[in-house]
Design a protein around this ligand. Structure first.
Ligand SMILES: Nc1nc2c(c(=O)[nH]1)N[C@@H](CN(C=O)c1ccc(C(=O)N[C@@H](CCC(=O)O)C(=O)O)cc1)CN2
Length: 292
């Protein structure tokens, strides 16, 4: 039997509608229009597309979008100055610096400069610490998207054996934390994990966030498991073009899993929808309003 395909595109569209409704209420009941500032440094083509889509979807949801495009040679101090200005700007409720940054800029220093209350990416240590200790936090968008998609298959994740492959601060660690908060039994696996295929085969819920094209094979998956593929890898085709693949060998996995996210059209679209939701959440908190 082939797996159920989890439709991230449709779920993201529905989440964006909810966000637009929440924005309309903020405007009509409180006279507040949330503003999201997105900063892009350099000309990475994929980043430029993501930033464009963030700006468009922010406006479509009824919010104000402020795009700052800086050239690749921008110094770290110039970038930190811009972040400080955005921190002080009352029209800006959310700040996001698109990653990856050029090599001469220290990403941690930039993230540390963002006001945690405006850190809609949830990357600041204050938000990471709040998430880890169960306090209200702004939470990284891709991990939230993963959990929303997993919950479409299992309304209650409690007691599930979850394996997260990848330990990045942006996806692996926060998604593991969110799954722990959902009462899963969580294993974080990585490049040094012994017998990775066997560890993956334990999973009722497998989150692949390793950044290596099609690394996770069909026979690493427990029959019937739910597979959430975070990978977005562009690989060359025989025709001299490129195509997107995930971290999971989809054609093999779909024959074994119970449910699986495709690439494209799975986790990716959820990232921006969750970012819009975080911007509304941040705006409400900054104005002393309860979360929606
Ligand atoms: N500051 C941040 N930087 C980056 C983040 C992030 O959450 N915050 N995540 C990624 C990039 N990203 C958003 O920024 C992102 C990635 C993928 C998608 C998406 O919709 N993917 C589509 C395919 C798009 C394509 O053709 O390339 C899909 O999977 O269907 C949206 C946003 C790194 N940087």
């Amino acid at each position: 039997m082939t797996a159920r395909i989890i439709d991230g595109k449709a779920t993201a569209a529905s989440l964006r509608e909810d966000v637009a409704a929440a924005v309309a209420r903020l405007k009509s009941e409180h006279g507040i229009t949330p503003g999201l500032a997105v900063v892009l440094v350099g000309e990475d083509p994929a980043s430029a597309v993501y930033v464009r889509n963030k700006g468009r979807q922010t406006v479509e949801a009824g919010m104000n979008s402020y795009e700052h495009k800086l050239d690749a040679g921008t110094s770290q101090d110039e970038l930190l100055d811009l972040v400080a200005k955005l921190n002080a700007d009352p029209a800006v409720n959310g700040i996001l610096v698109q990653l990856p940054l050029p090599g001469h800029i220290d990403t941690s220093a930039v993230i540390a400069t963002i006001d945690p209350a405006k850190d809609v990416d949830g990357f600041h240590v204050v938000n990471a610490g709040r998430l880890a200790t169960g306090l209200p936090a702004l939470v990284p968008c891709t991990p939230v998207g993963c959990v929303i998609l997993a919950r479409q298959v299992h309304s209650d994740l409690s007691g599930m054996e979850a394996v997260v492959v990848g330990r990045s601060n942006i996806v692996g660690k926060p998604v593991a934390q969110l799954l722990l908060n959902e009462n899963c039994t969580v294993t974080i696996a990585h490049s040094r994990t012994r017998d990775l295929p066997e560890v993956c085969r334990r999973a009722d819920l497998l989150i692949a966030a390793v950044g290596r094209p099609e690394m996770i094979r069909g026979d690493w998956i427990r029959p019937g498991a739910t597979v959430i593929d975070v990978g977005i890898n562009r690989i060359p085709t025989d025709e001299g073009k490129t195509r997107l693949v995930g971290d999971v060998a989809f054609d093999e996995a779909v024959e074994v899993a119970g449910a699986i996210t495709p690439v494209p059209g799975g986790v990716g679209p959820m990232t921006i929808a969750c970012l819009l939701r975080s911007t509304v959440e941040a705006t409400r908190r900054q104005n002393g309003l309860e979360p929606v």
